[in-house]
Design a protein around this ligand. Structure first.
Ligand code: SIN
Length: 304
């Protein structure tokens, strides 16, 4: 049996599959459920300083090869969210705290709080594609990305991951900025800004209008971003975007990823997601004579 264990910035994972932020991350119970169902680690829903109700319904629509969602970063605020952490941490596996803010100071305050709740690492949401003054509006600027990352690094001792938006002229430039700010790993990619129109009502389907496109349709975009980042930076990469099979995972690993985040698939496969992906990846590795998942990282660059 091929070895599926990987190490991301000192975080040892039993397999490369991590529950992505936003899916099952609202409560400690669902995070624990994903860990018990075979996720090597889980990322919480993105949490801010104050409670946020999110956008009006509808917040999700199915489109060819994926979904568009526009929740609006709903969360109870960092103080309330602490109540969920105890349950999320019960399985004894890594919980990664996703945070969003409007300034470097807000990110640093959230990071300190998350660290105290007991998370193993932080994920900075610099990539939500539709929130005014937050997410991608910050993460599209290299200077802001570096400043926020550096502020969080100075505030905590745990590893800091930065989740990047693909909606930039050069993801390599943003990745380099995050690495210069001290990022311990980069997550690529968050969703792509997208819209669906209701042809009878002649209005956008989603309450907010635009949302973020996820699922199999964005996998080639994610793979290209990971490939570019692997050439640009020397920090571990976590691939995200449309991972639906063990072969998708292998593709991301070959592009340069060390681990993978899985989101949209979980909505379809639920508890079966993670063990099935691990089985499929192990089968792929065995079928090609690879001894470990680790050995695939960056293989597609050998001819560079
Ligand atoms: C949302 O809450 O609407 C999505 C968050 C994200 O895309 O990062």
């Amino acid at each position: 049996m091929a070895d599926l264990t990987v190490d991301v910035a000192g975080l040892r994972l039993e397999n490369p599959f991590i529950l992505a932020s936003g899916v099952w991350g609202e409560t400690g119970a669902t995070l624990a459920r994903a860990l018990r169902a075979g996720a090597a680690a889980v990322v919480t829903k993105s949490v801010g300083l104050r409670p946020r109700p999110g956008y009006p319904n509808p917040t999700i629509v199915e489109v060819p090869s994926g979904l568009i969602n526009s929740m609006g970063l709903p969360n109870p605020g960092i103080e309330e969210y602490g109540a969920e952490m105890e349950e999320a941490l019960r399985p004894g596996r890594p919980v990664i705290g996703s945070i969003f803010g409007a300034t470097a100071g807000e990110f640093a305050a959230l990071a300190r709080r998350m660290e105290r709740w007991g998370v193993s690492a932080l994920e900075l949401n610099l990539s939500c594609p539709h929130a005014k003054g937050l997410g991608a509006q910050l993460g599209q600027d290299p200077g802001t990305t570096k400043r926020i990352t550096a502020a969080v690094k100075a505030a905590v001792d745990i590893p800091v991951f930065v989740k990047l938006t693909p909606t930039v002229a050069s993801i390599a430039a943003i990745g380099r900025a995050a690495a210069a700010g001290g990022a311990d790993a980069l997550v690529a990619i968050n969703t792509l800004k997208a819209m669906a129109i209701d042809l009878d009502l002649c209005i956008p389907v989603l309450g907010h209008g635009t949302g973020g496109y996820s699922g199999p349709g964005i996998k080639p975009v994610g793979v290209a971003c990971v490939y570019e980042l692997f050439k640009a930076v020397r920090v571990p990469l976590i691939g995200a975007g449309g991972v639906s099979t063990g072969e998708d995972a292998a593709e991301y690993l070959m592009a340069g990823a060390t681990a993978l985040e899985v989101g949209t698939l979980v909505l379809r496969k639920r508890d079966r997601t993670f063990r099935q992906l691990s089985r499929e990846l192990a089968r792929f590795l065995a079928s090609r004579g690879h001894r470990s998942a680790r050995s695939l990282t960056g293989r597609a660059h050998r001819g560079d």
